[in-house]
Design a protein around this ligand. Structure first.
Ligand SMILES: NC(=O)c1ccc[n+]([C@@H]2O[C@H](COP(=O)([O-])OP(=O)(O)OC[C@H]3O[C@@H](n4cnc5c(N)ncnc54)[C@H](OP(=O)(O)O)[C@@H]3O)[C@@H](O)[C@H]2O)c1
Length: 345
């Protein structure tokens, strides 16, 4: 049998609770022609998954969507053999099919993971779509120059860690924004950011201003809300802002347009200081930039010039709790749940 988590109903609350999900089992799926059966090793928990559930992309009864690292068990798919490690989208499930006719977001294309290149878990993190997200937003959009100041919110998270380190490698002064004290210390001591301020501090806005004495040239926005409001007055003329995510708003009432509200608040400064604001959707970059990103960033990860912290929880049973925790800042690093044995460890 295959165990998986599904929505128990269309989510009604602002944030997930224990009643939101239900553990079910179903007969093991059998691979058809062009398909492979894979065993999930790591389930990636990401903030966007709450949007999938609230917007009805995930359906009650079906496994909740997630990007996964898995191992091929049985293959009728050309180029994939039992034992291969893959990036795919098994969801919150112990097993799943990939290949011909298996539904998935168009840009989440299954691919083989080489354990010699990096830890297989990194296939959903720094060496996967989160790395590409950081690369697209920070390097291709933000384009930080030596001596400029780049600010990254949710700096200790899956995307923020990489975005900041990429800016540092470009020679920028990098300032992170994170929650608790130990996260801020990690961002400076382990990731090499020049400073990190806590958005939990009552003096957050002043702390940020003090950490950015020359203003802000590049802002990588993961959060929105009060964090955006503190960055806004610090923009230098000609600054670039990438809207990667607005996690502070993922529990807003249905129909609220957080991005529009943020743009309205920012408009006077964006216009008077000629700030370029760009949206980011990683799916737009997969086809043209994924391989180039891996060629450029992969060696820095292998050499330890880019470090990457993961927060790995254990057991399929613990997915809903870990997911709810991540949405409120309870993760420390990229959140993953190991649901099956990782033979590379
Ligand atoms: N545009 C794209 O294509 C794309 C792709 C991937 C991810 N994203 C977005 O990128 C952002 C970061 O994703 P991630 O995977 O790296 O998540 P993450 O940072 O690993 O986890 C979320 C973190 O957000 C912070 N946070 C949560 N609520 C907050 C609030 N109200 N105010 C301030 N900080 C808050 C918490 O960190 P602290 O404890 O430090 O506050 C939490 O740990 C998300 O908005 C996500 O949706 C976008």
């Amino acid at each position: 049998m295959n165990r998986f988590w599904t929505l128990s109903e269309e989510p009604v609350g602002d944030w997930p609770g224990p009643e939101t999900f239900e553990l079910r089992e179903a007969p093991m799926p059998a691979p058809g022609p062009g398909q492979a059966l894979t065993r999930t090793i790591y389930v990636s928990l990401d903030p966007y998954q709450w949007g999938y559930k609230r917007r009805g992309v995930d359906k009650p009864g079906a496994p909740c969507h997630a990007r996964t690292v898995a191992q091929v068990v049985e293959s009728r798919m050309e180029g994939y053999a039992p034992g291969d490690f893959v990036f795919n989208t098994n969801g919150w499930a112990e097993y799943g099919l990939m290949g011909e006719g298996v539904a998935r977001p168009s840009y989440m294309i299954p691919r083989r993971l080489d354990p010699a290149v990096g830890r297989i878990s990194q296939g959903v993190g720094v060496l996967g779509m989160l790395g590409l997200t950081a690369y697209a937003g920070m390097i291709l959009q933000g384009d930080p120059k030596a001596g400029e100041t780049a600010v990254v919110s949710a700096a200790s998270g899956g995307v923020g860690q990489i975005a900041g380190q990429l800016a540092r490698l470009r020679g920028a002064r990098v300032v992170g924004i994170a929650g608790r004290e130990e996260k801020c210390r990690f961002v400076v001591d382990d990731l090499g950011f020049d400073a990190c301020v806590s958005h939990l501090s009552p003096t957050f806005a002043e702390d940020l201003r003090a950490a950015c004495p020359a203003g802000v040239d590049v802002y990588f926005e993961n959060v929105g809300g009060a964090v955006f409001d503190a960055v806004l007055p610090l923009f230098n003329p000609g600054a670039r802002m990438t809207i990667c995510g607005l996690i502070a708003h993922y529990g807003d009432a249905a129909g609220t347009d957080a991005r529009a509200a943020l743009m309205a608040r920012g408009k006077p400064i964006f216009e008077s200081r000629n700030v370029t604001v760009r949206d980011l959707f990683v799916g737009d970059y997969v086809a043209d930039h994924h391989d180039a990103f891996l060629r450029e960033v992969g060696p820095s990860v292998a050499a330890g010039d880019i470090r990457y912290r993961e927060d790995i929880r254990e057991g399929l049973e613990n997915i809903p709790a870990a997911f709810a925790e991540m949405l409120k800042g309870g993760n420390f690093g990229k959140m993953l749940v190991r649901v099956g044995d990782d033979p590379t460890l």
